[in-house]
Design a protein around this ligand. Structure first.
Ligand code: BGC
Length: 408
């Protein structure tokens, strides 16, 4: 399934024939509902108030029917979703909406229930960061039946009830990690030099995870093929290196196994490609405690989690790909207002976001052949040398010790 999406992502031949929203599907999960979800423009009354509800009008607008928004986040156990949930909640409230915010403990069944409860509560729109992109059909089909538009937030949901997708450019996240490794090791000019690498990827249930992996592998594969980069464990394909639920302990355990099986004899490890910060945290811990060599291992990450930024300062992790999730929620709010107001949703909306973002109608599908119009923000590489860029966002402060703390 994920492979199909990757195929679609990488295919250049496909041309999107776009309708408003991702609907129009032909798989069982979406059968009776796409027509309704294709036309969020027809969503009634609350819409207009929501669109007009400017930040200042908070209480009054909500009372006057500014709209009720259900925000379903996956878990509080991974740092970033606490930030996402808080920003979305704050920003929608400030714009005059009522909100229901849930975290579902990385349990898909619970997330289905949470969304069903939101629908029963009469939400006008759902914003969902899925735990498992393929496990929300029951709730999504109910949303479509109730004519409630769904924005897939950060992680795509594979159901045509989804109207739009807001995320970062996931493939680019991986590409930045791959290019970072390429530059740091100067692979283009490596000559006869060889480097040893290991790979840790994300949760197979998360539609993003194969995109991150593939973005990096597409940069590094030529060097693997040429023998410049060697994956000593031989574990290279996505399924072998995936980490269920992006869990730090799971990543730690696998890294310890790899180190004891393949590096205990003094083999040098040069780089560990990690798809994100929660997995990089486990890998860095394993490298610190279990790696026999004395060289610094280049470790990648993604998110800008506090513990990882500390590791970057300490030289234990080399980089992270930062995604400004405050901006992600700003884009989501603007899109939600436009959907509820019945505005045309296309690239003409982008300037109003005030955030760098691409409108992409090619890369993502909610079901075979059904492209999902997507707003994709731009990720950035953060290293020890540009931590100040994070402070400049106003979303982090730097302590006297040089470590960063998030402000929310
Ligand atoms: C997000 C990443 C995050 C990971 C684990 C992915 O869907 O895009 O930013 O690191 O989930 O929380």
């Amino acid at each position: 399934m994920k492979r199909k999406l990757l195929g679609a992502l990488l295919s250049t031949a496909m041309v999107a024939s776009l309708v408003a929203g991702c609907g129009g599907g032909n798989d069982a999960a979406a059968t009776d509902t796409p027509a309704e979800t294709e036309a969020p423009a027809e969503t009634e009354a609350p819409a207009e108030d929501a669109a007009e509800g400017d930040a200042a009008a908070a209480g009054d607008t909500a009372a006057a029917g500014g709209g009720k928004i259900g925000i379903a986040m996956p878990t509080q156990s991974l740092e970033r979703w606490n930030r996402d949930g808080a920003y979305l909640d704050e920003q929608f409230k400030a714009a005059g909406f009522e909100t229901i915010l849930t975290y579902s403990d990385n349990d898909s069944g619970k997330q289905v229930n949470d969304i069903q409860n939101m629908l029963a509560d009469g939400v006008d729109m759902l914003i969902v960061a899925a735990i498992d992109g393929e496990a929300l059909n029951t709730a999504m089909n109910e949303a479509a039946e109730a004519n409630v538009p769904v924005i897939a937030y950060d992680r795509l949901i594979l159901n045509d009830a989804v109207s739009y997708y807001v995320s970062f450019d996931n493939y680019t996240v991986g590409k930045l990690q791959g290019e970072f490794i390429e530059t740091q090791l100067d692979l283009k000019n490596a000559g006869d030099k060889t480097y040893n690498m290991e790979i840790t990827a994300g949760d197979p249930a998360d539609n993003n995870a194969p995109y991150f992996y593939q973005g990096a592998i597409d940069v590094l594969q030529p060097y693997i093929d040429a023998g410049t980069l060697k994956v000593v464990s031989g574990q290279t394909d996505f399924d072998s290196v995936a980490t269920a639920q992006w869990n730090t302990d799971t990543a730690l355990e696998r890294a310890q196994n790899v180190l004891s099986s393949y590096y205990a004899d003094g083999t040098q490890l040069d780089v560990w490609l990690c798809s994100n910060d929660s997995t990089a945290l486990g890998v860095a811990q394993a490298v610190t405690s279990d790696y026999a060599g004395s060289n610094t291992v280049l470790i990648t990450g993604q998110d800008g989690d506090e513990a990882n930024l500390k590791n970057v300062v300490d030289g234990v992790q080399t980089m992270t790909v930062y995604k400004n999730v405050s901006n992600e929620s700003i884009v989501t709010l603007s899109l939600a207002k436009a959907i509820l107001a019945g505005d045309t949703i296309d690239e003409s909306l982008v300037p109003s976001f005030g955030v760098e973002c691409a409108f992409d109608t090619e890369s993502y599908e909610t079901s075979e052949g059904n492209k999902c119009p997507s707003f994709l923000l731009v990720p950035n590489v953060i290293t020890k040398d540009n931590l100040q860029d994070l402070v400049d966002t106003g979303l982090y402060t730097m302590g006297d010790d040089g470590y960063l703390s998030a402000t929310n």
